[in-house]
Design a protein around this ligand. Sequence first.
Ligand SMILES: Cc1cc2nc3c(=O)[nH]c(=O)nc-3n(C[C@H](O)[C@H](O)[C@H](O)COP(=O)(O)OP(=O)(O)OC[C@H]3O[C@@H](n4cnc5c(N)ncnc54)[C@H](O)[C@@H]3O)c2cc1C
Length: 412
Amino acid sequence: MKVVIVGGGIGGLTTALMLHQAGIEVQVYESVPEVKPAGVGINLLPHAVKRLAGLGLPQDLYDVAIPTETLTFFNKFGQQIWSEPRGLGAGYRWPQFSIHRGELQVILHKTAVARLGQENVRTGHHFENYENRADGIVAQFRDTANQRLVQVKADVLIGADGIHSTVRERIHPGEGPPVWSGIVMWRATTEMEPFMGGRAMIMAGTPPHKFVCYPISTEAEKQGRSLVNWIADIRVGGPSPYKREDWSQRANMETVLKYFEGWKFDWLDIPTLVSKATTVWEYPLMDREPFARWTDGRATLLGDAAHPMYPMGSNGSSQAILDAEAITAALLAEPGVEKALERYESERRPATAGVVLANRQSGPERVMKLADDLAPQGFDDIDKVIPHAERQSIADDYKRLAGFDIATVNAD
Ligand SMILES: Cc1cc2nc3c(=O)[nH]c(=O)nc-3n(C[C@H](O)[C@H](O)[C@H](O)COP(=O)(O)OP(=O)(O)OC[C@H]3O[C@@H](n4cnc5c(N)ncnc54)[C@H](O)[C@@H]3O)c2cc1C
């Protein structure tokens, strides 16, 4: 059995490491010529960290990532709606890590090169097409250094090539670009004094006028500082001004500041945090309709290529890591490729479609929307606005849906 993976992002590299650990021959083909730390912060939830622990990676993660201890929702007046412990403090056997996406990718890439060999983790190879044959699948890549076409034969092709997946386009020609929600996200990092104890994730406001932030670096923590990743979401509406969502589009800080004037709370001064950012990146909030089929013969999809989702509930990377485990298990369990891909898809497609749809309704952030609808001028007592049991059930329901309720994660 030989598997070819298109895309050396979070999902593709994790899948490669899992397949290799299972004794399956695997090669990764990544489009960019060099893997550099791109992006800003992301979260790995305990169910994903559990899977990475199976690959022996948590120490590398502990070296760079913040084990997030609390998640707290506030309204736009800075009043607390809901707070819960996260990761180990919540009783999980694995932490929740807040980490720079690029650092995570570099850890995975280095580990893949060390374990699989450089020759099996190729960069500068841009996927163009595939052909299903009776005895295998042939993938075509463009070598970006010399523009030569490279053909690779395998038993299975996994498209882990992100939200603009070419593999997806080949499986479903004519689907078109991702769908813009009308919401713009601005993302940046700011170095500052720690807030709320230094390992807190907060969300303030209401979707879609919301501010999210959390620290992501142990390096800063060792100096008594926090490198805080922040995301500001605003609905601007209208027709999409974006040709394509792009992680490297810069934005003007003043644009963000005007939406958060006066958001100075005793637990955090948001305008100061925004104004001290290094570079602000602009990114349109997009996803795609869940599909009825991920697989075509020996080709299938994984991660954002299969189920791009709004980043509500911190699930994008974690769901890609769950896909990686599921496809490895299916390829080990089933004698034929067809049956294995059917098994993988039937497990993961409905599960991830549920998360995509829940995230369109703001996922666990629904509680902020509810508080804003019921008490637009703020409240004296949140229990009188939304009873504790209802807030608890919003939090619990989302965890169950996305597969990280504590009983499921802690079970062996
Ligand atoms: C540059 C970049 C920055 C990001 N920054 C953030 C961030 O700050 N916060 C956040 O929450 N999420 C970010 N994401 C998205 C996040 O990584 C994913 O939502 C999540 O981790 C799922 O991972 P994935 O492996 O499915 O997709 P991705 O991590 O997007 O990986 C897809 C990979 O496929 C490669 N690729 C694309 N097309 C081809 C092709 N034709 N042939 C070969 N390779 C191809 C890409 O270069 C990329 O390395 C970013 C993604 C990218 C690509």
